[in-house]
Design a protein around this ligand. Sequence first.
Ligand code: NAD
Length: 349
Amino acid sequence: MKVNVALGSNAYDVTIGPGARHELGAILEQACAGYQSCVIVTSKELRGQAWFDIDHRNDATVLEVPEGEGAKSFESLAVLCEQLAALKVSRRDVIVSVGGGALSDVCGFAAAVYLRGIKVIHIPTTLVGQVDAAIGGKTAINLGAGKNLVGAFHQPVAVLCDSETLETLPERERRSGFGEVAKCWLLEDRRSSALASASLDELILLSVTLKARIVAADEFESGERALLNYGHTLAHALEVLALSRDPDMLRHGEAVGVGLAFAARLAFALGRIDESEVANHDEVLSYFELPTTVPQEFSTRSIVDAMGHDKKAHHDLTFVLAGENGFEVVRGVEQGLVAQVLDEFRAER
Ligand SMILES: NC(=O)c1ccc[n+]([C@@H]2O[C@H](COP(=O)([O-])OP(=O)(O)OC[C@H]3O[C@@H](n4cnc5c(N)ncnc54)[C@H](O)[C@@H]3O)[C@@H](O)[C@H]2O)c1
């Protein structure tokens, strides 16, 4: 299955399905004609997985970066770029990320800045990577001051979403990845009743198709792309609060699950949707076994304050909300109402 991200001269295909990683050789010939070296960037742990069998087939050199979020630092970016330089990687060459969203973020950023830009192919190996991080060209590393504060837009030349690689994902990573899938399912106005007949590859396809369509319409996030932040106003606030306590407390997708359940209730309180749509949200989240409880440790006040500091909220309380005209970015939602709905939501659970 292929989805095209229609970005004119920067357009590319996302290939989805079991075994998609084996398309790498063909993609290198087609999209990177004349390349001399192919460098795969992954982590030590992922290199040891049984599905990591693409380097020898494609005569590639393999470089390792630290696991997960540890890869998204200036230090790891510098080491990676020095290694590319030592290998004499030129602007005709290509790097291939094989890993989760953290890995595609740092690798994409290295591809954006090394020699002022070289080609990158992503082979995302987490659900978050396949339905979100590897598509759309946003790349980033973290600062002490916050996540993703340094980065660039740099589109890949291809993305290969291979569901076979997901078989080794730890259960919590897998479940949390469904937070973004649930978001896409709801943004596409799908009913919970249709979920039982959707395979994993079909869920990935639906999510990728939605993201590709939105990215093609708004590559640099000046408008419609903000809809992809559905559920994220509360999710980001919870993540910021959780990070200061215990980085392991809340995965992004788990926070998105809570954020989606809350966004439905806020839309209901604003008269935008009816109770059946709130129930549909709850059923979708329950199908994916996503948590919908706000951690007791955080007061409603601290959560509302954290929402106000979300960089994507432009210092206002801004939410993506469902409504009669579909999903919209709703600005200037009164803080008092947000606190009241949040209190009611917490009391429900
Ligand atoms: N650029 C974007 O548009 C975008 C979008 C969403 C998220 N992100 C970023 O993505 C990151 C989160 O990505 P993530 O959820 O994929 O987590 P991750 O990349 O941190 O990976 C989580 C863990 O799973 C391991 N792992 C990866 N694939 C595996 C596999 N197949 N089998 C076993 N273990 C595997 C990783 O080594 C890591 O330890 C965050 O840094 C976030 O900012 C970026």
